[in-house]
Design a protein around this ligand. Structure first.
Ligand code: PXP
Length: 242
Protein backbone atom coordinates (compact mmCIF):
# COMPACT_ATOMS: atom_id res chain seq x y z
CA UNK A 1 0.00 0.00 0.00
CA UNK A 2 1.25 3.48 -0.86
CA UNK A 3 2.30 5.49 2.17
CA UNK A 4 1.46 8.76 0.51
CA UNK A 5 -0.73 11.11 2.54
CA UNK A 6 -1.90 14.22 0.73
CA UNK A 7 -2.65 17.53 2.42
CA UNK A 8 -5.59 19.57 1.17
CA UNK A 9 -5.54 23.09 2.57
CA UNK A 10 -8.97 24.58 3.16
CA UNK A 11 -8.86 28.32 2.48
CA UNK A 12 -12.44 29.20 3.51
CA UNK A 13 -11.36 31.26 6.48
CA UNK A 14 -9.05 33.47 4.46
CA UNK A 15 -12.27 34.48 2.71
CA UNK A 16 -14.01 34.85 6.10
CA UNK A 17 -11.46 37.50 7.10
CA UNK A 18 -11.68 39.23 3.72
CA UNK A 19 -15.48 39.34 3.90
CA UNK A 20 -15.40 40.90 7.35
CA UNK A 21 -14.49 44.13 5.56
CA UNK A 22 -15.47 43.44 1.95
CA UNK A 23 -12.88 44.22 -0.70
CA UNK A 24 -10.09 41.95 -1.87
CA UNK A 25 -7.77 41.40 1.09
CA UNK A 26 -6.73 38.83 2.19
CA UNK A 27 -7.06 37.01 -1.11
CA UNK A 28 -7.87 33.26 -0.91
CA UNK A 29 -6.13 32.68 -4.25
CA UNK A 30 -2.93 34.14 -2.85
CA UNK A 31 -3.37 31.81 0.14
CA UNK A 32 -3.69 28.89 -2.28
CA UNK A 33 -0.38 29.85 -3.89
CA UNK A 34 1.30 30.11 -0.48
CA UNK A 35 -0.11 26.71 0.54
CA UNK A 36 1.23 25.19 -2.67
CA UNK A 37 4.68 26.68 -2.07
CA UNK A 38 4.66 25.09 1.41
CA UNK A 39 3.81 21.58 0.22
CA UNK A 40 0.02 21.37 -0.04
CA UNK A 41 -1.21 18.80 -2.54
CA UNK A 42 -4.61 20.34 -3.10
CA UNK A 43 -6.88 23.24 -2.22
CA UNK A 44 -10.28 22.80 -0.62
CA UNK A 45 -13.03 25.41 -0.65
CA UNK A 46 -16.64 25.25 0.51
CA UNK A 47 -19.10 27.31 -1.50
CA UNK A 48 -21.91 27.64 1.01
CA UNK A 49 -25.47 28.45 0.11
CA UNK A 50 -25.20 31.79 1.95
CA UNK A 51 -21.73 32.56 0.46
CA UNK A 52 -20.51 33.54 3.90
CA UNK A 53 -16.86 32.96 2.97
CA UNK A 54 -15.97 31.56 -0.47
CA UNK A 55 -17.83 33.29 -3.31
CA UNK A 56 -18.66 32.24 -6.85
CA UNK A 57 -15.91 34.52 -8.11
CA UNK A 58 -13.39 32.79 -5.82
CA UNK A 59 -14.32 29.47 -7.43
CA UNK A 60 -13.95 30.99 -10.92
CA UNK A 61 -10.49 32.24 -10.02
CA UNK A 62 -9.36 29.10 -8.15
CA UNK A 63 -10.23 27.00 -11.18
CA UNK A 64 -7.96 28.99 -13.48
CA UNK A 65 -5.32 30.60 -11.29
CA UNK A 66 -4.00 27.81 -9.10
CA UNK A 67 -1.77 24.93 -10.08
CA UNK A 68 -3.26 22.42 -7.65
CA UNK A 69 -6.35 20.22 -7.82
CA UNK A 70 -9.44 21.90 -6.36
CA UNK A 71 -11.71 19.99 -4.01
CA UNK A 72 -15.07 21.78 -4.02
CA UNK A 73 -17.11 21.18 -0.88
CA UNK A 74 -20.78 21.43 -1.68
CA UNK A 75 -24.21 20.73 -0.29
CA UNK A 76 -26.34 18.20 -2.17
CA UNK A 77 -28.47 20.82 -3.92
CA UNK A 78 -29.35 21.42 -7.57
CA UNK A 79 -27.70 24.85 -7.42
CA UNK A 80 -24.38 23.41 -6.27
CA UNK A 81 -24.58 20.51 -8.69
CA UNK A 82 -24.99 22.94 -11.57
CA UNK A 83 -21.98 24.97 -10.37
CA UNK A 84 -19.82 21.87 -9.99
CA UNK A 85 -20.75 20.58 -13.44
CA UNK A 86 -19.96 23.98 -14.95
CA UNK A 87 -16.52 24.22 -13.34
CA UNK A 88 -15.55 20.56 -13.25
CA UNK A 89 -13.16 20.70 -10.28
CA UNK A 90 -10.87 17.74 -9.66
CA UNK A 91 -13.06 16.63 -6.75
CA UNK A 92 -16.39 17.42 -5.13
CA UNK A 93 -16.97 16.62 -1.49
CA UNK A 94 -20.66 16.43 -0.63
CA UNK A 95 -21.28 17.87 2.84
CA UNK A 96 -24.38 18.46 4.93
CA UNK A 97 -25.26 22.12 5.28
CA UNK A 98 -27.59 24.02 7.53
CA UNK A 99 -27.74 27.77 7.38
CA UNK A 100 -27.66 28.27 11.13
CA UNK A 101 -24.58 26.16 11.80
CA UNK A 102 -21.23 27.82 12.46
CA UNK A 103 -19.34 25.14 10.55
CA UNK A 104 -20.06 21.68 9.17
CA UNK A 105 -21.13 20.20 12.47
CA UNK A 106 -21.55 16.56 11.58
CA UNK A 107 -21.26 14.14 8.72
CA UNK A 108 -23.64 13.66 5.84
CA UNK A 109 -26.36 11.08 6.46
CA UNK A 110 -25.51 9.13 3.30
CA UNK A 111 -27.56 6.20 4.54
CA UNK A 112 -30.69 8.31 5.01
CA UNK A 113 -30.35 10.17 1.70
CA UNK A 114 -29.48 7.40 -0.71
CA UNK A 115 -32.19 8.34 -3.19
CA UNK A 116 -31.03 11.93 -3.56
CA UNK A 117 -27.33 11.13 -3.48
CA UNK A 118 -27.31 8.32 -6.04
CA UNK A 119 -28.18 10.48 -9.09
CA UNK A 120 -25.97 13.32 -7.87
CA UNK A 121 -22.93 11.05 -7.53
CA UNK A 122 -23.67 9.61 -10.97
CA UNK A 123 -23.87 13.04 -12.61
CA UNK A 124 -20.69 14.33 -11.00
CA UNK A 125 -18.78 11.12 -11.70
CA UNK A 126 -20.10 11.08 -15.26
CA UNK A 127 -18.36 14.42 -15.81
CA UNK A 128 -15.08 13.13 -14.44
CA UNK A 129 -15.37 14.75 -10.98
CA UNK A 130 -14.07 12.60 -8.13
CA UNK A 131 -16.90 12.45 -5.61
CA UNK A 132 -16.32 12.23 -1.90
CA UNK A 133 -18.95 11.87 0.83
CA UNK A 134 -18.21 13.62 4.13
CA UNK A 135 -19.53 11.08 6.63
CA UNK A 136 -19.25 10.10 10.27
CA UNK A 137 -16.99 7.10 10.84
CA UNK A 138 -19.73 4.51 11.27
CA UNK A 139 -20.25 1.18 9.55
CA UNK A 140 -23.74 2.24 8.49
CA UNK A 141 -22.44 5.28 6.61
CA UNK A 142 -19.57 3.37 5.01
CA UNK A 143 -22.02 0.68 3.88
CA UNK A 144 -24.17 3.39 2.27
CA UNK A 145 -21.11 4.87 0.51
CA UNK A 146 -20.23 1.43 -0.84
CA UNK A 147 -23.75 0.91 -2.11
CA UNK A 148 -23.83 4.39 -3.66
CA UNK A 149 -20.57 3.74 -5.52
CA UNK A 150 -18.73 6.72 -4.06
CA UNK A 151 -15.02 6.50 -4.92
CA UNK A 152 -13.98 8.47 -1.82
CA UNK A 153 -15.26 9.07 1.71
CA UNK A 154 -13.97 11.77 4.03
CA UNK A 155 -14.40 10.93 7.71
CA UNK A 156 -15.53 13.79 9.93
CA UNK A 157 -12.88 14.04 12.65
CA UNK A 158 -14.72 16.69 14.70
CA UNK A 159 -15.77 14.26 17.40
CA UNK A 160 -12.19 12.95 17.66
CA UNK A 161 -10.78 16.48 17.78
CA UNK A 162 -13.14 17.75 20.44
CA UNK A 163 -12.88 14.88 22.90
CA UNK A 164 -10.19 13.87 25.37
CA UNK A 165 -8.81 10.75 26.93
CA UNK A 166 -10.63 7.46 26.48
CA UNK A 167 -13.41 9.04 24.41
CA UNK A 168 -10.86 10.35 21.93
CA UNK A 169 -9.10 6.98 21.75
CA UNK A 170 -12.42 5.29 21.09
CA UNK A 171 -13.26 7.73 18.31
CA UNK A 172 -9.83 7.25 16.76
CA UNK A 173 -10.46 3.51 16.68
CA UNK A 174 -13.79 4.07 14.94
CA UNK A 175 -12.03 6.17 12.28
CA UNK A 176 -9.30 3.53 11.82
CA UNK A 177 -11.82 0.67 11.60
CA UNK A 178 -13.98 2.56 9.10
CA UNK A 179 -10.92 3.53 7.03
CA UNK A 180 -9.96 -0.15 6.84
CA UNK A 181 -13.53 -1.13 5.90
CA UNK A 182 -13.72 1.54 3.19
CA UNK A 183 -10.33 0.63 1.72
CA UNK A 184 -11.22 -3.07 1.72
CA UNK A 185 -14.22 -2.17 -0.41
CA UNK A 186 -12.27 -0.08 -2.89
CA UNK A 187 -13.12 3.34 -1.42
CA UNK A 188 -10.31 5.81 -0.76
CA UNK A 189 -10.61 7.19 2.78
CA UNK A 190 -9.83 10.83 3.62
CA UNK A 191 -10.34 12.69 6.90
CA UNK A 192 -10.78 16.21 8.16
CA UNK A 193 -12.31 18.76 10.52
CA UNK A 194 -10.78 20.21 13.66
CA UNK A 195 -7.28 18.85 12.99
CA UNK A 196 -4.37 20.73 14.59
CA UNK A 197 -0.64 20.27 15.22
CA UNK A 198 -1.57 18.62 18.53
CA UNK A 199 -4.06 16.05 17.25
CA UNK A 200 -3.11 15.32 13.63
CA UNK A 201 -0.49 12.60 14.15
CA UNK A 202 -2.71 9.67 15.23
CA UNK A 203 -5.07 10.31 12.31
CA UNK A 204 -2.18 10.71 9.86
CA UNK A 205 -0.81 7.38 11.09
CA UNK A 206 -3.90 5.43 9.97
CA UNK A 207 -2.37 3.67 6.97
CA UNK A 208 -5.43 3.55 4.71
CA UNK A 209 -6.11 7.30 4.94
CA UNK A 210 -4.79 9.04 1.83
CA UNK A 211 -5.71 12.68 2.34
CA UNK A 212 -6.36 15.14 5.16
CA UNK A 213 -8.26 18.38 4.60
CA UNK A 214 -7.33 21.05 7.12
CA UNK A 215 -8.31 24.70 7.27
CA UNK A 216 -9.33 26.63 10.36
CA UNK A 217 -6.29 25.79 12.46
CA UNK A 218 -3.83 26.49 9.63
CA UNK A 219 -5.34 29.88 8.88
CA UNK A 220 -5.43 30.80 12.58
CA UNK A 221 -1.84 29.71 13.10
CA UNK A 222 -0.85 31.74 10.04
CA UNK A 223 -1.59 34.91 12.04
CA UNK A 224 1.42 34.11 14.18
CA UNK A 225 3.82 32.34 11.85
CA UNK A 226 2.61 32.99 8.30
CA UNK A 227 0.64 30.56 6.18
CA UNK A 228 3.63 28.93 4.52
CA UNK A 229 5.15 28.11 7.88
CA UNK A 230 1.92 26.72 9.31
CA UNK A 231 1.32 24.52 6.23
CA UNK A 232 4.94 23.37 6.19
CA UNK A 233 4.82 22.30 9.82
CA UNK A 234 1.55 20.39 9.29
CA UNK A 235 3.11 18.68 6.26
CA UNK A 236 6.13 17.65 8.35
CA UNK A 237 3.96 16.21 11.12
CA UNK A 238 1.91 14.25 8.60
CA UNK A 239 4.99 12.91 6.83
CA UNK A 240 6.61 11.88 10.12
CA UNK A 241 3.48 9.91 11.07
CA UNK A 242 3.64 7.64 7.98
N1 PXP B 1 -13.28 18.70 5.40
C1 PXP B 1 -14.57 19.11 5.26
C2 PXP B 1 -15.48 18.27 4.42
C3 PXP B 1 -15.03 20.29 5.87
O1 PXP B 1 -16.30 20.68 5.71
C4 PXP B 1 -14.12 21.06 6.62
C5 PXP B 1 -14.57 22.33 7.26
O2 PXP B 1 -14.98 23.23 6.32
C6 PXP B 1 -12.78 20.62 6.70
C7 PXP B 1 -12.41 19.43 6.11
C8 PXP B 1 -11.75 21.41 7.41
O3 PXP B 1 -12.06 21.56 8.75
P1 PXP B 1 -11.22 22.59 9.63
O4 PXP B 1 -11.46 23.95 9.03
O5 PXP B 1 -11.80 22.42 10.99
O6 PXP B 1 -9.78 22.19 9.53
Amino acid sequence: MSRELRLGVNIDHVATIRNARGGEHPDPVRAAHAAQAAGADGITAHLREDRRHITDRDIDRLMVEIGLPLNLEMAATEEMLEIALRHRPHAACIVPERREERTTEGGLDADGHREALGPMIARLSGDGIRVSLFIEPTERQVAAAIELGAPVVEFHTGRYAHRDGAARTEELKRIADCAALAAKNGIEPHAGHGLTFDNVVPVAAIPQIRELNIGHFLVGEALFTGLEQSVRKMRELMDAAR
